[in-house]
Design a protein around this ligand. Sequence first.
Ligand code: NAD
Ligand code: SER
Length: 313
Amino acid sequence: MKKEKILVIGASGQIGVELTLALRKIYGGAQVIASDLREENELLKGTGPYVSLDVMNKEMLHVQVIRQGVTQIYLLAAILSATGEKNPPLAWNLNMQSLLNVLDIAKEEKLSKVYWPSSIAVFGPTSPKDACPQHTIIEPSTVYGISKFAGEFWCNYFHQRFGVDVRSIRYPGLISYKSAPGGGTTDYAIEIFHAAKLGKMYPCFLKADTHLPMMYMPDAIRATIELMEAPAERIKVRTSYNLSSMSFSPQEIHQEIKKHLPDFQISYQPDYRQHIADSWPKSIDDAPARNDWGWKHEYDLSKMTAEMLKNIG
Ligand code: NAD
Ligand code: SER
């Protein structure tokens, strides 16, 4: 069997650090090349190779893929929802061009697989709010959501037209403690734990009753690897799969944290991110992921809260 050589682009980010470490456990440190525009994350140091790489420089990316004998790419570089609204042209440019560069190189070099994440941000105000299904009205209202929606169809196109085995998940808001989040609307659900552990009041930028789909990082990493390892014939959705584990509001996560830290307080100071959150569904139906490749979540709000509080220093 051919040995895979994996390139993770955006490896120093919130997902990249944990995904790179998980891939290195499976494939071996030397087989997984971490890359990013920024410096190597501390947690990655000594666990495998790192290259400094700008995914927008297609020629350099292509050279790296050939020189390192890369067979799979995980593309995680992107500008997320909240940062994207501050600079829409930058978000569109990075989110689209990075994907097109990777898909083109995958086609040319006949890579075995590509992974690229989409987001619940593809859904907009006209999508169903509760248990939002895989196939529904999709009219995103943020530049981030528009770029993810367009990206999903580029993935589908490269699969149908050129046979590129590109796979994707529409992640909910991801909650983790190992590396900092990168400018999303769901970042409050990470900040709140840090404030609680410091014994500070948390000024939440969303309203108390804003329900959003969320997931604990270990579930997201396992889903990603399970999707990528599933036999190709089981992957029926070539745009991007809905994925779900929990949905909660700031008020509900506050109450859950208070079970461990009874004095913890929150205040509500909604800002421009409220508008983004209001455009997204409250919860997601992920039946196709469960049926096609056997997705099952492990963490709910109470299990995740206990782990987050235990692990944040
Ligand atoms: P992040 O911002 O934490 O990490 C992105 C990384 O990409 C950063 O380390 C950044 O330095 C790097 N990067 C930016 N521009 C680059 C470039 N030109 N060349 C190389 N690297 C570059 O983001 P994340 O939260 O880890 O998200 C990763 C992917 O998952 C993104 O596509 C994001 O849209 C998607 N996603 C994330 C979430 C979430 O809650 N974190 C939810 C849904 C989807
Ligand atoms: N967590 C991401 C964001 O808020 C969702 O894609 O932007």
